[in-house]
Write a protein that binds this ligand. Structure first.
Ligand SMILES: Nc1ncnc2c1ncn2[C@@H]1O[C@H](COP(=O)(O)OP(=O)(O)O)[C@@H](O)[C@H]1O
Ligand SMILES: [Mg+2]
Length: 332
């Protein structure tokens, strides 16, 4: 594994809801290394975006309490003020969101927005900037760079908008890229192209990538390492091969079952019964997933389940998975 570009320690992100604070991220520690794709997976509502936004300092400071530390190039991002944070954001840390529409400025052409990213952070001449803008558009697979650069976001297809957003994110060759469900809104062909593109960019720049997704198929394609999140906590982390070969936590196993099978594409997708509870209903003791696996007796869950390293680099929370393996019944 390369050097860590991002080191998150004991991160807790709590939102104020009607006077009380509830933690959407509850004590997460993880690292992203150079040349690595770390996938963060979990169903909707598990705290993945709350985690990503805290790295970028994009939470509403009035309603959000942040605890722990987020180390990037020796600085704790949580301790920086907005101005200091801007030195990192967009330059050394590139961010790709699910919805390019909301990340792009509707009043500015694609080319100008890329130019502005370059403007803000580098000292290129106008001609150099123009050249670099076209180069970036071609890097993200846009052949007609000149034409596309001259268009406004609403004149572009979803796939092109996504590519423009990626071009902006990589404009300054960030050491870290955070991609939060980058292709969820796109069709599978474009999704595959964009994933290839991210891999290729990583080969060229050595960036570390934090890839957030609820799609285990994307994880299988892309990830070097996987962190599985449930109810604001990590429940399992391992390198991708280990996780797919020897998943231990019942939640991870359930997620893996939700991958559509190539052999039987018509087979109904396995869906995990129930839903991620809202923050104020999250269980406060025992395994947080226990309410969704009632065939494991409550006595099998620990009171305060901790992440433990069960083999080198493979961490699992809660010992309930042992019971789970005995039960041999993970379908609902
Ligand atoms: N700004 C906010 N204020 C209050 N609750 C929030 C806010 N953002 C997210 N949440 C809640 O935090 C939990 C985690 O949300 P999120 O991080 O968006 O999950 P994910 O990205 O994994 O789908 C959810 O229960 C969500 O409703
Ligand atoms: Mg999200």
């Amino acid at each position: 594994m390369g050097q860590a570009v991002l080191q998150i320690e004991g991160l807790r992100v709590s939102f104020r809801i009607r006077g009380n604070y509830y933690s959407a991220v509850d004590g997460v520690s993880l690292a992203v290394h150079r040349n690595e794709v770390l996938a963060i997976v979990g169903e909707s509502g598990c705290g993945k975006s709350a985690l990503a936004l805290s790295v970028m300092g994009l939470h509403d400071p009035v309603k959000t309490r942040l605890e722990g530390s987020v180390l990037f190039e020796g600085a704790d991002l949580l301790a920086l003020d907005r101005r200091e944070l801007n030195r990192f954001r967009g330059r050394k840390i590139g961010m790709i969101f699910q919805d390019p529409q909301s990340a792009l400025n509707p009043l500015m052409t694609a080319g100008r927005q890329i130019g502005e990213a370059l403007d803000y952070h580098t000292t290129l001449s106008a001609a150099q900037k123009k050249r670099r803008t076209l180069e970036l558009l071609r890097m993200v697979g846009i052949e007609e760079a000149e034409a596309v650069g001259g268009r406004y976001p609403h004149e572009l297809s979803g796939g092109l908008r996504q590519r423009v957003m990626i071009a902006i994110a990589i404009a300054c060759e960030p050491a870290l890229m955070i991609a939060d469900e980058p292709t969820t809104a796109l069709d599978v062909t474009i999704q595959a192209q964009i994933m290839d593109l991210l891999k290729e960019l990583q080969r060229q720049t050595g960036a570390g990538i934090m890839l957030i997704t609820h799609d285990m198929g994307v994880v299988a394609e892309m990830a070097d390492r996987v962190a599985v999140m449930y109810g604001g906590e990590l429940v399992e982390t391992a390198d991708a091969t280990t996780l797919f070969e020897r998943p231990l936590h019942p939640y991870t196993r359930s997620l893996l079952k939700s991958i559509p099978s190539l052999q039987a594409p018509d087979e109904r997708l396995h869906v995990i019964r129930g839903m991620v509870p809202p923050l104020h209903l999250m269980p406060t003791s025992g395994c947080r997933f226990q309410s969704r696996i009632d065939w494991i007796p409550v006595s099998a869950h620990e009171e305060r389940p901790q992440l433990r390293e069960v083999e080198p680099g493979h961490w699992v929370r809660c010992t309930c998975y042992r019971e789970f393996a005995l039960a041999g019944n993970d379908s609902s």
